[in-house]
Write a protein that binds this ligand. Structure first.
Ligand code: AMP
Ligand code: MG
Length: 474
């Protein structure tokens, strides 16, 4: 039996109705595509582990020693509609490991075949979304944004059918601080299963927020983490695409990369996901949506309170504070992008005015801020009556800051996983060429540093390269 790493499976020990034993499907002719050695080392995976073993584990061919694979139960609001039973329909949790820093981390296979929660689906994933999640989640991590990680990717050797036609089946090995979602709480709340709900809360508190001693404190901790997270997304132009409650993690990590994308041209209403027809999850709707999602968590937790009337009021107050919290976090993120620490109201106005110019000028989001960090005001300022006033206000403000250039350079990535480059990378991978996947991953390991030979990743797409929509591709 293959030993990958010592497993310690605490979630599998929770009551039976919270999960279901699920073995990964045996792949036809597995092939290892990628292994994240640095993350493997963090998890305590020996560097002497043979590639054959990595391939076998990451493709689902072999269940490593100590793993007790399960799929997790959860519910969720999908585009606002409640679905009482979702769950891991195409993922199995191999188990948890305690990493080198002492943190408990989940190792999960995504795309490894049907489970008890698959409903009509095949439980599979295909190469495109697997590589997209690999590159984007790792890039997010290296930009300092909390996220699940990518440990490995493998081909299964089977062709699966998607809207795109026949495509290669693949499995992503994902690492998360946990896979507990707002929807996990909803699953038990909607069943009025307070016993499981209590067990889930106690488990989540112990794992993520050990200093929270009540459901309300837990809620407030999640609010704080999610407010920070969404503000960070906005700061890099990230659009999650499917901010359903089942894709909202209680740990505050970015989770479930589907039709996500980074904005090129700045516009607050930008949407890429082909399934988001009404723009529910547009770039600048994300702050409202996270509050809505958190309100669903609050409703679920209410079930654990005995005095409903008082609890409703207190919980509502906590949720109602979230928009201001996000706004403050967002202002801090954007002020840092302008080289300013501890922004005041005038700085907020400076940020908003710049964004307004950027929108009107159809400026590239990432490159506008990059230009600022080299001290170059964007040329589009010339086009606006108050453009030069903005610049002199900004310059005056910078004089009060101790090291604005360093702050800007640490806050404005040079490189993001641009959508058209991701598409190009996937197209190449489909014909067996993984060079671009590797190169992109390498460049995005140090996204804040200018790198020779990485110019193609800094350019905004030419009109003909622009991607209008990304497909869920599940
Ligand atoms: P997602 O859009 O990836 O967040 O998934 C939403 C729900 O659909 C989850 O319960 C998934 O497990 C399930 N799902 C997505 N794709 C598949 C698939 N190919 N087979 C079975 N279930 C799936
Ligand atoms: Mg999901």
């Amino acid at each position: 039996m293959t030993t990958l790493v010592p497993f310690d499976n605490s979630y599998a020990k929770l009551p039976d109705r919270m999960h279901s034993a699920s073995l990964p499907e045996t792949p036809k002719s597995p092939e290892l595509l990628a292994y994240n050695e640095a993350l493997g080392a963090e998890l305590g995976i020996s560097s002497a582990t043979p590639d054959a073993d990595l391939m076998a584990v990451f493709s689902g061919k072999i269940v490593p020693k100590g793993s007790e694979p399960i799929s997790q139960a959860y519910a969720g609001h999908q585009f606002g509609n409640f679905v009482p039973s979702l769950g891991d329909g195409r993922a199995v949790l191999l188990g948890e490991v305690i990493d080198q820093a002492g943190h408990r981390r989940d190792i999960q296979l995504k795309g490894s075949g049907r489970t008890a929660f698959s409903r009509g689906g095949d439980g599979k994933a295909w190469l495109g979304p697997v590589l997209r999640e690999y590159v984007v989640s790792e890039a997010m991590h290296h930009m300092g944004i909390p996220t699940t990680r990518a440990l490995g990717a493998a081909l299964t050797g089977t062709t699966i059918v998607r809207a795109e036609g026949g495509v290669p089946g693949a499995v992503l090995t994902r690492v998360a601080s946990s896979h507990i979602r707002v929807g996990t709480f909803q699953y038990f709340a909607t069943r009025r299963d307070t016993e499981a709900l209590r067990a889930l809360l106690d488990y989540s508190v112990a794992r993520h927020y050990p200093s929270s001693s009540t459901p309300l404190e837990f809620l407030k901790s999640v609010i704080e983490r999610q407010a920070k997270l969404v503000a960070k997304w906005l700061g890099v132009g990230f659009i999650h695409g499917v901010m359903n409650t089942d894709n909202t993690s209680i740990s505050g990590e970015t989770i479930d990369y589907g039709p996500c994308a980074f904005m090129d041209t700045y516009h607050p209403a930008t949407v890429y996901s082909s399934i988001d027809r009404r723009g529910r999850y547009a770039y600048m709707s994300q702050p409202d949506i996270i509050v809505w999602n958190i309100a669903q968590l609050a409703s679920s937790l209410l079930l654990l309170e005995s005095d409903q009337e008082t609890a409703i009021e207190v919980y509502t107050n906590a949720v109602n504070k979230m928009p201001d919290l996000i706004a403050r976090e967002r202002t801090a993120v954007f002020a840092a992008k302008l080289g300013i620490v501890d922004p005041d109201d005038e700085d907020t106005a400076l940020v908003e005015q710049l964004l307004q110019f950027m929108m009107n000028a159809q400026a590239d989001f990432t490159n506008t801020f990059n230009g600022l960090s080299t001290g170059t005001p964007p040329i589009f300022l010339d086009d606006f009556e108050d453009g030069h006033a903005w610049n002199s206000n900004w310059q005056t403000r910078l004089e009060t800051q101790s090291d604005p250039i360093a702050l800007m350079q640490a806050s404005n990535p040079q490189y993001i996983p641009r959508n058209h480059k991701i598409e190009e990378m996937i197209q190449r991978a489909l014909v067996g060429d993984l060079d671009m996947f590797s190169k992109m991953g390498k460049v995005l390991e140090t996204p804040f540093t200018v790198q020779n030979g990485a110019e193609e990743f800094a350019l905004q797409p030419k009109p003909e390269e622009e991607i209008e929509a990304t497909f869920c591709g599940t």
